[in-house]
Each structure stands twice: as C-alpha cells, then as structure tokens.
Design a protein around this ligand. Structure first.
Ligand SMILES: Cc1cc2nc3c(=O)[nH]c(=O)nc-3n(C[C@H](O)[C@H](O)[C@H](O)COP(=O)(O)OP(=O)(O)OC[C@H]3O[C@@H](n4cnc5c(N)ncnc54)[C@H](O)[C@@H]3O)c2cc1C
Length: 463
C-alpha cells in the first residue's frame, strides 16, 4: 500500500476544509485533502448552499416575470417545472467545482478522492470506489467532514415521494402540493422556492413561531410573506406517521390532523458526518447528533486533531465554516487566532432576511436602554424603482451612547445590506454610532440609503 507523508491532512473539501488547507499551503506546508465525493466543494456546493441559492434565484426571476405587469406586453405568466429550474442551477455547481479545483492545483495541494478512516492518531486510510487504498500520515489533521440530513428511522426515505434536502435535488417532476416538515432555515427557504413555482405548500413547524431566533417583527414579516405566497404554516405540530402511497404522501400529526400531498420534504435536523471516520480507533466520541466537541481553539480531545464546520454543530453555516477552517490552521501555524463568533445570519427566503448583533428580546432581557431606528423599503427611491418594496431595515442602538447594538433586515438584498451596518458595528468607540449614517453621503438611489432614513428616524425618537 502507498504511504504518503504530509504536514497537514484535511478530511472534507467543503468551505471548512478548503480554507484550512489553503491557509496551511500558503504558509509553506505540504497539504493533502481527502474527499469522498467525486469532486471538490463539499455538501455546500453539491447539496446545500449553492444548489438552493441557485434554485431560489431562478424562481425569483420567474416570479418577477409572472407578476411584473410590464412583462404582460410580451407574454402571459408562464409555468416552469422544477426539473427545468434545477437544470440551470447545475451550471452554477459545475462552475463552482471548476473554480475550487483550480484553487487546490494553484496551491499545490494534493487531492485524494475516497473515504478517509483513521487507523491510528497519525494515519488515515483512504479507500476509493474502485477499492484503491492509500495511507496518509501527518502530525496535524483537520476534520471538516460536514453534515447530512438527519433521517428518522420511522420515515421511509426510499419511498419515491418522500425526500430530504439532499434527495429533493433529484426530484424529476413538479408536485402540485408539497408538505415540508421542519420550518427552520432550510424548510423555510424551500417553502419559498416551491411556493414561488406555484406549488401549494404546507409548512409544518414544530415550534410556535417561524425562526424564533430572529427579531420578532422579522419573523412575523416572513410568516406574512409566505402566507401571501400560498404557504400554509402549521405551528406546534409533530408527526405521528408519514405514509407514502402510489399517488402521494399522508402525514398524520400528533394533534389528530391528517394531511395529504403529492410529495413530502423532510427538513428537520442534521447529523454530523463522523460515523465512517473510524473514530473508535483513536478514542474520539461524537455526541448523539454525530458532532464533535472542540475547545475554543477548534481542538478535539486529541490536540493535533482539529474539527471545524458543520461537524462541530453551531452555527452550521458555510460562512462560519470557512472562517473556522482558516482559524484552525492559523492556530497550528502559530499565526494570530480568532474564534469565530459574531456571525451574521443570512436566510434566503423570498424575500430574504439578514441580521447581526442583538435582538430586541435579548436587549430587553439584559435591561439595555436601546431605541429602534427603522426604515421601510417602500420609502426608498431604489425600491420604488425595482418594485422590491416589501421589507425594512431596523437598527437597534443605545439611547445614550448611540452605539449600534443590532441590525435586522428583511427584504430584497438584505443579506448584502446588513454588511454595511456590520462594518460600522465593528468600529471602536465613537466610530460605531448611529451618527455615522447621518454624516455619510450615500449613493442615490440605493438600498443603502435605508441606513440614513433609519438613523434619522431613530434620532427623532430620542428626547
Ligand atoms: C439546503 C441547504 C441550504 C444551505 N444554505 C446556506 C446558506 O445560504 N448560507 C450558509 O452559510 N450556509 C448554508 N447552508 C449550510 C452550509 O451548506 C454548511 O454549513 C456547509 O456546507 C458546511 O461546510 P463544511 O465544510 O463544514 O462541510 P460540507 O460542506 O458538508 O463538506 C464536507 C465534505 O466532507 C466530505 N466527507 C465527509 N466524510 C468524509 C470522509 N470520511 N472521508 C472523506 N470525505 C468526507 C463530504 O463528502 C463533504 O464533501 C445550507 C445547507 C443546506 C443543507
């Protein structure tokens, strides 16, 4: 068996593994990346972030064509099938794979395609699909194996009408009705995508409000927009059984309700990919969700084995995974280390949501004397021009110091807009106050102008 020696071996080529590997390679280390899929990019590129965001973009364009009156001069509203929309999304996946493959080549990182399994604390065995076996040895390891949809044993995912967020990307028809179980970020995003295609969606939420970690007003606004688009949200429900038959799926709820739809999408929970790593050979024990415990330097219980990204659980975002990977390799390279917190939230429902910092609920509980500065998109010239008038920007600030404490945004381009506020929030002292938005000239017309409108609104509330 071939044995290869490296300075660093990274398992997984999603955002966490990629950034750890590239950072180490740029510091002159000999790096290998092992990936069990047949191309790089991780679940992020193949099953998660990229396909769902690409799908959403196509759906938004279709919605615009079907609802903007101007387009009636060139044709009536059109219906698009899910497979058609998916086809275009695959183009983006291929572009991402090509781009990321070049990153590895440019940085002289060796790629091994196959399943990695620890033999001992310094050796992994890589087995490819053709029973080719290689052995890699290194003084440092980074586990960046990501996560997959949690699949409860009492739901038959082999049934052709029962899907999870991975298998939905193989849906070869457009259902008329769809039940989505789980109203977290993934469930809510897919509810937007399918309802945008004209599918009648039942969104089953096991809690009493959508995305309860968000600002209450924003969560309410999302519920309103989803309902407006034909999504029926059912709160505080749990399934008793999910039964597929020839023509659809019946979901029996604990509350006694019986729902029927053409298809069923399970979007409730994820499991860390640790079960095939041979962790029993090195004495590492994942928790019940398959996730690994790390310290505040991303070290597992074995100090030269780091873990980053979805495999360590919260926040399970590609954005954070990328930074965690780089931070972990900064740590063993002896560079300045940053623990990744203060993470913005980007939720790509239609319209989208983004926030950073604290919510009103958190500030009230902490008895911080804050005030609200608000701007509605309908009052900005840019939104009036584009027609994206649904939405708002809300800045929470300290009523005495004017320090910005939280930014919450709902509406078109929210995930971009939030970063303006985030940049100001990260400034020291006086530079981080509401006054920045009053004393700065914004391009006109822009969505960024909402910051100036909101700041004025907030200052007007002070007495
Ligand atoms: C539908 C959906 C939408 C999402 N949308 C967003 C979004 O809009 N924004 C955002 O920030 N995040 C989003 N996420 C989350 C994001 O995709 C994940 O947080 C991110 O992919 C985690 O990156 P990672 O590098 O930890 O792992 P992953 O991307 O999961 O990659 C891990 C890789 O490790 C490989 N691997 C696993 N085990 C082994 C092994 N034993 N040997 C070799 N290789 C192995 C896997 O094949 C995989 O390629 C979304 C997720 C889903 C499911």
């Amino acid at each position: 068996m071939a044995v290869h020696n490296y300075d660093v071996v990274v398992i997984g080529s999603g955002p966490a593994g990629e950034s750890a590997a590239i950072n180490a390679a740029k510091h002159g280390k000999r790096v290998a990346v092992i990936e069990r899929q047949t191309s790089v990019g991780g679940n992020c590129t193949h099953w998660g972030t990229i396909p769902s965001k690409a799908l959403r973009h196509q759906v938004k364009q279709i919605m615009q064509f079907n609802t903007n009156r101007m387009f009636r001069d060139i044709g009536e509203p059109r219906w698009f099938s899910f497979p058609k929309v998916l086809e275009r999304s695959r183009v983006t996946i291929d572009q991402q794979v090509e781009l990321r493959t070049k990153f590895y080549a440019r940085n002289r990182i060796d790629l091994f395609f196959g399943l990695a399994r620890f033999r001992d604390e310094h050796t992994v065995v890589v087995r490819d699909n053709h029973e080719g076996v290689e052995e890699l040895s290194a003084p440092q390891f980074v586990l960046a194996t990501g996560s997959r949809p949690y699949r409860p044993a009492d739901v038959n995912f082999r049934h052709p009408r029962i899907y999870c967020s991975d298998t939905i990307l193989g849906l070869s028809h457009t259902p008329r009705t769809l039940i989505i179980y789980g109203a977290g970020v993934i469930g809510s995003e897919y509810a937007s995508i399918f309802s945008g295609l004209g599918v009648k969606v039942d969104l089953i939420d096991t809690r009493d409000r959508l995305l309860s970690f968000l600002d209450d007003e924003i969560s309410d606004a999302l519920s309103y927009e989803l309902r407006n688009n034909g999504v029926l949200i059912r709160h505080n429900e749990a399934y008793r059984s999910v039964e597929g038959d020839e023509s659809g799926v019946v979901v029996n709820l604990e509350s006694g309700k019986r729902l029927r739809a053409d298809a069923f999408l399970w979007a409730n929970g994820r499991t860390g990919n640790t079960d095939q790593l041979g962790l029993e050979n090195i004495g590492l024990q994942p928790n019940g969700r398959g996730q690994l415990q790390v310290d505040d330097h991303y070290r597992t219980d074995i100090p030269h084995i780091y873990a980053v990204g979805d495999v360590i659980g919260w926040p399970s975002l590609a954005s954070a995974a990328y930074d965690q990977g780089r931070s972990a390799s900064d740590e063993f390279l002896g560079e300045d280390f940053r623990f990744v917190d203060e993470i913005p939230t980007g939720i790509y429902t239609i319209p989208e949501i983004s926030s950073v910092g604290r919510t009103e609920r958190e500030l009230t509980e902490a008895k911080v004397p804050y005030e609200v500065a608000q701007a509605f998109f309908k009052d900005t010239a840019r939104a009036q021009i584009t027609g994206d008038t649904a939405g708002m920007l809300k800045i929470l600030f300290h009523r005495e110091t004017l320090e910005i404490l939280g930014i919450h945004c709902f509406g078109a381009e929210a995930s971009e807009i939030v970063h303006i506020g985030q940049a100001i929030m990260q400034q020291e002292g006086e530079a981080n106050t509401l006054r920045y938005f009053i004393n700065t000239t914004f391009n006109y017309p822009t969505m960024a102008e909402a910051y100036r409108i909101a700041a004025q609104n907030g200052l007007n509330r002070l007495f």
